[in-house]
Design a protein around this ligand. Structure first.
Ligand code: SF4
Ligand code: SF4
Length: 330
């Protein structure tokens, strides 16, 4: 596969952070036939969760922002269901053909396969960009034993001299065509279970789950590029943000209820509360400690810091955020 060498170099440099499964799955990903014996082809699909004409959505003060792909229905479920229908139809039409659907969870290199399928090019932010639809899309597909004609059309790289995503990334995670996951807010908020290095906290802004900044600034996602119709309604925004003071008070039941239908349900309670503490600290800095929402957040931070039943690291983080702002409290 085209980007295998880059992927291995990225892993060797430790840019995958603590996502050890990426290194463990590297061989499997390199050879899809290890996932489906006799795999001869991959049918790759892109499901639009937003279009370039959709607004980013306002987030009220005191709320933590959620990346667009996670604001509606759980894409694992939505896409798997559609892909299983496709598998059933392939099986009915070509009895004996074996298939295996993949969406994110299986160790398949979706990005590589999407390139081979002519779905777009890999932007400098490392996401696949479709020349017409942009990058607000989820990738998945079906491995099959069917012999299919390969896609001939390769999409040329249209990034050119643009560096908007690199310039806009608040944690300097992007070098052209490589993202250092250990600095990326998506990774930090969703994958990293260990404490977040304090020097990255400020750059994380008010993101609670994921980050869209490099996609928001990309000219290929700009409404100026023209209307492309509608995204899949299953991903229509249910929640674009969560009240940070509430998240800081969540217990397991509250977390489960809040994320019941969303892809966010995989996010652990402790990580969400940690993200909420960091986002709250940044929100207070932006709003000023006298702001009505800052006062609520400071109160919630105080509650966490004083809660003897809470995790020690979380209490320490809350106490630290509190003491940073205490001097400016009225
Ligand atoms: S998702 Fe956010 S933090 Fe990660 S590379 Fe893009 S802009 Fe940077
Ligand atoms: S912002 Fe510019 S450099 Fe980054 S992916 Fe989009 S076109 Fe490429």
């Amino acid at each position: 596969m085209r980007h295998q060498a880059e992927m291995r170099a990225w892993l060797a440099q430790g840019k995958h952070g603590s996502m050890a499964y990426l290194a463990e799955h590297a061989d499997l990903k390199a050879d899809p036939s290890r996932l489906l014996e006799g795999a001869a082809a991959a049918i790759v699909v892109a499901d639009l969760y937003a279009t370039r004409n959709d607004e980013a959505g306002d987030v009220p003060d005191g709320h933590g922002r959620v990346a667009r792909y996670a604001r509606g229905g759980d894409y694992h479920k939505v896409m798997k269901k559609r892909l299983h229908t496709l598998c059933d139809e392939l099986g009915a039409r070509w009895p004996g053909a074996r298939t295996r659907a993949f969406v994110d969870t299986a160790p398949v290199h979706e990005r590589e396969l999407a390139l081979a399928a002519g779905l777009g090019w890999v932007g400098k932010h490392t996401l696949v960009i479709h020349p017409r639809f942009g990058s607000w899309m989820l990738l998945g597909g079906v491995l099959t034993t069917l012999e299919l004609d390969p896609c001939e059309q390769e999409v040329a790289d249209h990034c050119g001299s643009c560096t908007r995503c690199i310039d806009a990334c608040p944690t300097d995670a992007i070098t052209p065509y490589s993202v250092d996951a250990s600095r990326c807010i998506s990774y930090l908020t969703i994958e990293r279970r260990e404490p977040i290095p304090s020097e990255l906290e400020h750059g994380m802004g008010e993101w609670l789950f994921g980050c869209d900044i490099c996609q928001e600034v990309c000219p290929h996602n700009s409404p100026r590029m023209g209307d492309v119709g509608k995204a899949n309604n299953a991903y229509a925004t249910d929640r674009a943000s969560f009240d940070l003071a509430e998240v800081m008070k969540w217990d397991e039941d509250a977390r489960r209820a809040a994320f019941a239908k969303s892809a966010m349900k995989r996010a652990k309670l402790g990580m969400m509360k940690r993200n909420a503490v960091i986002a709250a600290g940044n929100a207070i800095t932006r709003l000023g400690a006298e702001h009505e929402q800052s006062r609520r957040l400071l109160e919630a931070l105080g509650g966490l810091a004083d809660d003897a039943g809470e995790d020690g690291e979380l209490r320490r983080l809350a106490a630290e955020a509190l003491s940073r702002h205490r001097s400016t409290m009225g």
